[in-house]
Design a protein around this ligand. Structure first.
Ligand code: PLP
Length: 350
């Protein structure tokens, strides 16, 4: 049975969180002399002299409507990477607890574990880039606190089998994170509606990919109100700056524009995949539910180096276990994708 009280670190349970000026007084007033801000203003717009809302209420309200979940179930971080770090600090005792990651996958789960001195148990994905449930069960012990799942997975592009994820949610009594950074490009549905059924589930999403706002650094975690409450206690009070809150809030009004970009990128992904499939350099194009393609080529590093000489940067994944000779290609604009295809033609006929 999952019990949040069993897995929260005692120092976090006992923590008295920082109480900001914005926490101690909320509401309207004539004169704000409580936060040592510059009362005269700022060189920029007027409101930049004030500290931002530590609870990001406007942003969460808008996200709540888009995602269909109450603000009490939403955590906002300075990118998903902050949410990842905070989950370690909430639930993993340094030097004692461990987590499970399933490579090839997003590198931050492991880096953040090392920063927090948490042991990483690696259970590679199967050849089809699916979860190896038996090996995962064998890897988990009483000190395993988090299982990291990424679906659609980076860098492989595929979605994990939904039944497998449900199996883990039902049988593991620690935290199960499902990182859905690429969910908007996928045919599969999010796990957000399943949060009511799983008290141990944390869903990560981000404004960095489909929403086109990587520069703003806004990541989201969706979970039980208990888990979100714990994450909010740990975060720096002003972790989402005012410019990011204002701009993200404006962007969330543009759902239709974003949906149009998603449609274009998915069409381009499928066109690019079809063109690559028949290319003489290409051994295999892995199926993708994301805005990138993992492509196995003849001589991964050589192709990567050649593309660089043409001013085209892709990601060399050829040294990643399970991804020999693979490059990861982000879906570009139609023009950029043509430039890439022509460069590959030039390399093949050279
Ligand atoms: C890009 C990406 C993210 C997003 O990270 P941010 O810090 O929100 O920009 C998260 N998870 C995965 C798997 C990613 O590929």
């Amino acid at each position: 049975m999952f019990d949040i009280h069993r897995i929260i670190r005692p120092n976090i349970k006992d923590l008295v969180p920082y109480s900001s000026a914005r926490d101690e007084f909320t509401g309207e007033a004539k004169v704000f002399l409580d936060a040592n801000e510059n009362s005269l203003g700022s060189p920029l717009l007027k409101w930049y002299n004030r500290y931002p809302d530590p609870h990001q209420q406007v942003l969460k309200e808008k996200l709540s409507h888009i995602k269909g979940i109450a603000p009490a179930h939403i955590f906002l971080g300075n990118g998903s990477d902050e949410a990842i770090d905070i989950l370690y600090r909430a639930f993993c005792e340094p030097g004692r607890h461990n987590v499970v990651v399933c490579p090839p996958t997003y590198g931050m789960y492991e880096v953040s574990a090392h920063i927090n001195d948490v042991a990483v148990r690696k259970v590679p994905l199967t050849e089809a880039f699916q979860l190896d449930l038996e090996a995962m069960e064998a890897a988990v012990d009483a000190d395993t606190r988090i299982i990291w799942l990424c679906s659609p997975n980076n860098p492989t592009g595929n979605s994990l089998d939904r039944g497998d994820i449900e199996m883990i949610l039902n049988n593991f009594d620690g935290i199960v994170v499902v990182d859905e950074a690429y969910i908007n490009f996928s045919r599969h549905r999010s796990f957000i509606p399943d949060l009511a059924d799983y008290p141990n589930l944390v869903v990560l999403q981000t404004l960095s990919k489909a929403w086109g706002l990587a520069a703003l650094r806004v990541g989201m975690a969706f979970a039980s109100a208990d888990i979100i409450g714990i994450m909010n206690r740990i975060k720096p009070p002003y972790n989402i700056n005012e410019a990011a809150q204002q701009l993200a809030s404006d962007a969330l009004e543009e759902v239709e524009q974003v949906n149009e970009m998603i449609r274009i990128l998915v069409t381009e992904r499928d066109r690019l995949a079809a063109a690559l499939q028949t290319h003489p350099l290409v051994q295999h194009v892995y199926p993708s539910d994301a805005n990138f393609l993992l492509v196995k080529v003849n001589g991964g590093r050589k192709v990567y180096d050649f593309l660089l000489t043409q001013g085209i940067v892709v990601r060399d994944r050829s040294t990643t276990p399970g991804c020999a000779d693979c490059i990861r290609i982000t879906v570009g604009t139609p023009t950029e994708n043509e430039i890439l295809l022509r460069a590959l033609d030039a390399f093949a006929s050279a």
